[in-house]
Design a protein around this ligand. Structure first.
Ligand code: SAT
Ligand code: MN
Length: 613
């Protein structure tokens, strides 16, 4: 760890941990603008972790949890105005507005840079500027991408240490002239003369800005999650999706799961679901069917590239899980609970009287003497939750008892199937296999989900979330659809090497508004059918919307579903689907000429199949 007084503007190679001229120049340039008291290059060591966490405990940002209950773990309470990603303040500043597309906010890059210059001018006054080199993906892998985040938030530094490979080994991997993504983050609260710091500094004005052409991110005003831990959504999805478009690979909002059958044969599956739709639960599921085993490779992001054998290989670019705490309990996700046994940072959960954390769903009833996420004594009679619905944990992935050995493998894992799912109370069956790659792209482009606490929109509202990438695609979403079509076409000589594509829906409700499918560990029954489809063992029935399990091919043994419930899960109502198709068509029309012809053909083909049914 190296301290450098900021007024020594000429940060020399001497005394810094790198000889990377472009990196040194950039750090110097940013320091000159943000004017910190000191510049600190983070090495990612345990000593650094201890020093920063001590400092944050002293400042009141972190509470050290009871070490007998949760060693080396901390609790943070954010500003109540800084609890989730802010999509309305998230911008893709591509050179051309058309390249950002209709689903992203865009601003003219020159004007945006001027605005950012003003906002960042002196923004780190009175603070330390941390330089955080991080690697998305296994260290030393040619599939990994390096970033450097400059931040004035030590909470961000600690969180980046959990969520990424961070510090000295990354600078070593970067060498003297390696490529890195430039990320600048400030909480936007300079400690000018007379300003008293607060436990969670932030600013009411927030900007999360991406410059895709120059692979740059500038984030201002928020200290929370995806707004501030720039390796995650900003680098690994928004900027990486643009790099993937340019270089012929896929950067996706997907978990990666290893599934092993009773005979010991394994398949790797990737799955896309919108935020807070049970993705972490599926990534860590414990199958209820005997002999089947599921292991975790990743819970949020997958980068997939073609291997020499023509198959798609996935890596998890992250090193930790940034999961939603509420709803996570010993019965819904025991692996997650066991993962959280130590070395974890919790944010916006409730705090117990004995110095531990609690949230809705951890136990049936709240313990006595809770302090809620706003810092007030918790009154269960208030009807309010003790933890914020988007309360989070950040924990090293390696601590997960279900982590697959190959989760850190530099080659990645070969993907046999990709699942897409939203939260749909009606219409969409439990599982549908796509007729072919293009049809799968059509299904994925049309997934929709109810709002989640992770984003700002109202919980319960239905919104389209194509590929679960709506807030994360760094370019025009119709071009992104076309990129998927092209990826499929690039395997034209042998389409059988491509993953099979599936649409799943765990959230079907009956007329009383109750979920029909038990979900959680029983989702392994659907995974079993998918694995057997890959192996050519399970039967499917062709319907107008795709291939559905035949009665008997889906393992429902031991479940207490009525025949009506099974019917509901596995049937297609053509009248309802005529309406679905019409709405899909209207949605597609909103993209005009930019919609790939292959998807127009899929739309027409679906309409025709439904009409003929
Ligand atoms: O807050 S994050 O963007 O990191 C998590 C999420 O929204 O899924
Ligand atoms: Mn996510």
């Amino acid at each position: 760890m190296l301290m450098q007084p900021a007024d020594e503007r000429n940060i020399a190679v001497e005394g810094t941990p790198t000889r990377h001229r472009a990196l040194l120049d950039w750090v110097e340039q940013v320091a000159a603008r943000v004017r910190p008291d000191a510049v600190l290059w983070c090495d990612g060591s345990d000593a650094e972790w201890n020093e920063l966490s001590d400092k944050l405990v002293e400042a009141g940002t972190l509470v050290a949890l009871n070490p007998a209950l949760r060693p080396n773990s901390f609790y943070a309470r954010s500003d109540p105005r800084d609890v989730a990603r802010v999509e309305s303040r998230t911008f893709i500043c591509s050179d051309s507005e058309n390249d950002a597309g209709p689903t992203n906010n865009w601003a003219e890059p020159g004007e945006m840079r001027e605005r950012l210059d003003g906002l960042f001018s002196g923004t780190m006054e009175g603070r330390t500027m941390y330089v955080v080199p991080f690697c998305m993906g296994p260290l030393g892998s040619d599939k990994s991408i390096i970033g450097v985040e400059i931040t004035d938030s030590p909470y961000v530094v600690l969180s980046m240490k959990i969520m990424t490979r961070m510090g000295a080994p990354v600078l070593e991997m970067l060498g003297d002239d390696g490529f890195f993504i430039r990320c600048v983050h400030s909480v936007g609260m300079p400690l000018s003369e007379g300003v008293q710091d607060v436990a969670w500094p932030s600013n009411d004005e927030k900007w999360i800005v991406h410059f895709p052409e120059t692979r740059e991110i500038w984030s201002y005003g928020s200290g929370y999650g995806g707004n501030a831990l720039l390796g995650k959504k900003c680098v690994a999805l928004r900027i990486a999706s643009v790099m993937a478009r340019d270089d012929g690979w896929l950067a996706e909002h997907m978990l990666i799961l290893k599934l092993t059958n009773p005979e010991g044969a394994s398949h790797y599956v990737a799955a896309a679901f919108p935020s807070a739709c049970g993705k972490t639960n599926l990534a860590m599921l414990e199958p209820t069917i005997p002999g089947w085993k599921a292991e975790t490779v990743g819970d949020d992001i997958a980068w997939m590239r073609f291997g020499k054998d023509g198959r798609l290989y996935a890596i998890n670019p992250e090193a930790g899980f940034f999961g939603v705490a509420p709803g996570t309990g010993p019965s819904t996700n025991k692996n997650a609970i066991d993962t959280l046994s130590g070395n974890t940072i919790f944010t916006n959960t409730a705090l117990t009287a004995d110095g531990d954390v609690w949230w809705e769903g951890l136990t049936k009833t709240p313990p006595e003497g809770l302090t809620d996420w706003t810092g007030q004594p918790y009154d269960p009679a208030s009807g309010k939750p003790a933890a914020h619905p988007n309360a989070r944990f950040a924990v090293p992935a390696a601590q997960c008892p279900a982590i697959a050995d190959e989760w850190d493998s530099p080659e990645g894992v070969p993907i046999s199937a990709i699942l897409f799912g939203g939260r749909r109370a009606s219409a969409v069956p439990l599982v549908t296999e796509a007729l072919d790659w293009d049809h799968g792209v059509y299904m994925a482009a049309n997934i929709a989900s109810e709002g989640t606490a992770a984003a700002e929109n109202k919980v319960g509202e239905l919104r389209r979330d194509p590929f679960a990438m709506l807030p994360f695609c760094g370019y025009h979403i119709a071009d992104y659809f076309n990129h998927w079509i092209r990826i499929g076409a690039s395997a034209a000589s042998d389409p059988s090497v491509l993953p099979k594509l599936f649409l799943v829906n765990w959230f079907r409700k009956d007329s009383n508004g109750k979920f029909v499918w038990p979900g959680f560990g029983d989702n392994a029954r659907v995974l079993k059918w998918i694995a057997e489809r890959i192996e050519g063992k399970a039967d499917a029935e062709t319907t107008p919307i795709g291939l559905l399990p035949t009665k008997g091919s889906l393992d429902l043994s031991g479940l207490s579903l009525t025949p009506e419930q099974t019917d509901m899960l596995l049937s297609v109502d053509t009248e309802i689907w005529a309406g679905e198709a019409e709405r899909n068509g209207a949605y597609f029309n909103s993209f005009g000429d930019r919609l790939p012809p292959a998807l127009k053909r899929q739309q027409a083909a679906l309409e025709q199949r439904i009409a003929e049914a």
